[in-house]
Design a binder for this molecule. Structure first.
Ligand SMILES: [Zn+2]
Length: 114
């Protein structure tokens, strides 16, 4: 299960950060996840809730911001954004000379500590 290992990584990162900065508890964690990343937010939330038990983050809420897939088309010069998980052609001119700029990320934005 892909999401379980991601949840563990996120948890390890925020727990280490929390310890390093001398805080006791993590109240919330904000993540930014690209729509094309293949990560399922619900599965990630579920995995995180299991993983956080008996840690300083056991009450932490996970906030997930989904980033749409987007890029730039070299054929028509438009920047585009799509609700789809994959992009095969530019939504403006249907050309296929484009670059994808976002939609694959998995970043920890910040966290609330106490
Ligand atoms: Zn185009």
């Amino acid at each position: 299960m892909h999401e379980a290992s991601i949840a563990m990584n996120v948890l390890d990162t925020v727990l280490a950060e929390c310890r390093q900065r001398g805080f006791q508890r993590i109240e919330a964690v904000r993540l930014r996840i690209g729509r094309a990343s293949g990560i399922l937010p619900d599965a990630l939330r579920f995995a995180f809730d299991i993983a956080k038990a008996d840690t300083a983050a056991d009450q932490a809420e996970l906030h997930i911001e989904l980033v749409p897939l987007g890029g730039h088309c070299r054929d028509c010069g438009h920047d585009f954004e799509t609700p789809e998980r994959v992009v095969f052609e530019c939504p403006h001119c249907h050309g296929n000379d484009f670059s994808v700029a976002r939609g694959y990320e998995m970043d920890i934005v910040d966290m609330e500590v106490n």
